[in-house]
Write a protein that binds this ligand. Structure first.
Ligand code: SF4
Length: 418
């Protein structure tokens, strides 16, 4: 398994000493949060009313945080005692399924019963989760791809409707890919990790809309020993040849069981209840922060409440002391209305947050004149960004003191010199 902490990028001024928890789990020196949460007992029957389950989550979150803090500071390790049943991971899993029956995974709060699939919410999904593909992603930021890649699992469909979506084949086609059971999904995560990936990168489309399947898969991981049947179910969606990387299962285990940082790679349009579950299970977060507070989110992605939802969720992960990096995609003709206020907000609210100011926008989906779906109302998004636009975005970043240079400049996809 690659040694993520030895990368030179961690010695650059923006990132020096940053994200110690993520690196410790990636390098297998500490157990992931979901492994720790297994040792927090819950004192409620899992068939209790949902309100009682939420009260128990509120009550046991500080207990979990205290154990996590001691393990982080190396004052403790996973307890030697047997894992209690039920425990905090079981509770998170149960809550995710209760939410599915009146879906409030994201800010749309559709309240449809996705277990039945008779009515659909904005994401148009019932209970089934589909994976488009999964592989060692060598295009993510260096802090995630490292030497062996980020173990990226792509889910289909989305709750936002970005006209320019750079992953439109996945996000706009909910039937893309293959239906996965939680066990198959856990096997995919297991495979990526035992082949050396530095993290399990849950991404879409959008991941929030698959919260129940992901939490269920995570709940299986620490006991998982995939069978031939599990591998046969998981391998067809894999985009890279798994024997190419070799498999070292035991070498990636921590105290005899699966261990990897869980990475939440999301548009951050989650609901407050979803955030409470993710706080227990995610080791590192990768939020997108696309639009300014004006009309761009509703006009370009048909998403109301965008600014208040995403800034509130960012504020939460920052207040909670979680480790994260922010992505902002610079869009043509949107530097003043989107890039400037996004960077200003970060500077005013979390000036220490690392940001990737991304230059790789290309016209796609409804903004691509060569696509049959093209809509001329998106005319101002039909080109790549100019050198001047990128220069202006970076200038704002520098003037505001944003920590962006290490993440943004280690690879420049457009080749623009600024
Ligand atoms: S995930 Fe979001 S968009 Fe989909 S049904 Fe639930 S609340 Fe609605």
């Amino acid at each position: 398994m690659g040694d993520l902490s030895s990368l030179r990028i961690w010695r650059e001024p923006d990132l020096e000493g940053r994200m110690p928890w993520y690196r410790a789990v990636a390098d297998n020196h500490r157990p992931a949060k979901f492994r720790i949460a297994r040792y927090v007992p819950v004192a409620v029957a899992l068939d209790a009313p949902e309100e009682a389950l939420w009260r128990e989550l509120e009550a046991k979150t500080p207990v979990f945080l205290d154990l996590w803090r001691r393990i982080r500071k190396r004052e403790a390790d996973l307890p030697a005692a047997r894992k209690p049943t039920p425990n905090l991971v079981d509770l998170c899993r149960e809550l995710a399924y209760r939410m599915l029956a009146h879906c409030n995974f994201c800010r749309y709060d559709c309240q449809v019963d996705r277990t039945q699939g008779a009515k659909f919410g904005t994401c148009k999904l019932a209970h089934e989760s589909r994976v488009s593909t999964y592989f060692h992603h060598l295009g993510e930021e260096l802090v995630y791809r490292g030497r062996m890649g980020s173990g990226t699992i792509f889910f289909t469909s989305c709750n936002m409707r970005c006209a320019f979506c750079q992953n439109g084949d996945i996000s706009t086609d909910k039937d893309n890919g293959r239906a996965v059971s939680p066990r198959t999904l856990a096997t995919m995560a297991w495979l990526l990790r035992v082949e050396g990936c530095h993290n399990v990168n849950w991404v879409g489309g959008e991941v929030t809309i698959h919260l129940h399947t992901i939490v269920d898969a995570i709940a299986l991981l620490d006991e998982l020993r995939p069978t031939e049947e599990d591998l046969a179910a998981a391998l067809p969606a894999k985009a890279d040849y798994y024997l190419r990387f070799g498999v070292d299962a035991e070498g990636t285990y921590y105290r005899g069981a699966f261990n990897a940082p869980m990475l939440w790679n999301s548009n951050f349009f989650m609901s407050a209840p979803a955030m409470k579950i993710l706080r227990i299970l995610m080791d590192v977060w990768l939020p997108d922060f696309k639009f300014g507070p004006g009309r761009c989110a509703p006009l370009l992605s048909k998403t109301p409440f965008y600014w208040e939802t995403v800034t509130e969720n960012l504020r939460l992960v920052h207040e909670w002391g979680e480790e994260f990096t922010i992505r902002h995609l610079v869009m043509p003709n949107h530097v003043e209305c989107c890039t400037a206020p996004v960077l200003k907000w970060v500077a005013e609210n979390m000036p220490d947050a690392p940001v990737n100011i991304m230059d790789q926008y290309h016209p796609d989906n409804f903004c691509d004149p060569g696509n049959p779906k093209f809509n001329s109302k998106y005319q101002d998004l039909t080109r790549r960004i100019t050198r001047d636009e990128l220069r202006q975005a970076f200038r704002y970043g520098r003037e505001l003191g944003i920590r962006f240079e290490s993440l943004s400049c280690e690879k420049n996809s457009t080749g623009l010199r600024v």
